[in-house]
Write a protein that binds this ligand. Structure first.
Ligand code: FE
Length: 239
């Protein structure tokens, strides 16, 4: 429970019932380009076709959008590579070039447009910026767009949280195996990634890397990497 401005209790769990999509919002021009994973993208009008994008002020991409007044939105596909989500979602463009190893193009306005794991994209010009304290809300008009995969299913935040992190029952071992495995790993410890918050649970293993349920953290090879953000084992701490 948390409280609102009038000290009235609000149930934060209720926020998880709001549904979102996941997108990569990019900006910049020339040598300074960046993008980040956003769940705050929505269409606000159809005539003209406009979007609203909400972005944390500390975000490097927010800086680039303020400067250039330009941005692009890439709609991610349902089975987007976790590594891509790790790079665009958990690392800063101040430290690395996020576009270094991914497929992208430069739009007519000069902004980068991520094409990797993308089913549709929009290149936009910012029309208004509203300051919300910690965040900036940009409204933006569409200049160009393209539908890359008409049958592609978009990635939702709920899917990412429940399935991509490997905690879904879908990733669990079969019923018979589960009973066997659970007995063997009753003392197995969970480890948390200090970068992205992903929790390695021996009971679930890491389906992304074909690590079967029942594998202790210590038994993971040294080149194993966090399935969400891609950092190595040294970034994990016992829970
Ligand atoms: Fe991580």
């Amino acid at each position: 429970m948390a409280t609102n401005q009038n000290n009235k209790q609000i149930n934060v769990e209720a926020f998880f019932k709001i549904s979102y999509g996941l997108y990569v919002v990019s900006s910049g021009s020339g040598s300074k380009i960046n993008g980040y994973v956003s769940n705050a993208v929505f269409q606000v009008t159809s005539e003209p076709a406009q979007f609203a994008i909400c972005c944390n002020k500390n975000n490097f991409t927010a800086e680039l959008i303020k400067e250039s007044k330009l941005l692009s939105i890439s709609v991610l596909k349902k089975d987007t590579d976790s590594k891509l989500l790790g790079v665009f979602g958990y690392k800063s463009g101040r430290d690395i070039d996020k576009f270094e190893n991914v497929k992208y193009m430069t739009g007519v306005t000069g902004v980068p447009i991520l094409l990797e794991d993308t089913i549709a994209w929009f290149e936009c010009k910012v029309t208004q910026t509203i300051d919300f304290g910690t965040h900036l809300l940009f409204s933006a008009e569409i200049i160009e767009n393209n539908l890359i995969d008409s049958s592609g299913e978009p990635l939702t935040y709920a899917y990412y949280r429940d399935i991509k992190k490997g905690v879904s029952p879908k990733n669990a071992p079969t019923y018979i195996d589960k009973g066997h495995v659970q007995a063997a790993i009753s003392d197995a410890k969970k480890y948390k990634c200090q970068i992205c918050g992903y929790i390695y649970d021996p009971a679930a293993g890491d389906p992304e890397h074909n690590i079967s349920a029942g594998t202790d953290f210590a038994a993971l090879s040294d080149d194993w990497a966090c399935p969400v953000c891609g950092v190595d084992k040294s970034n994990f701490e016992i829970l």
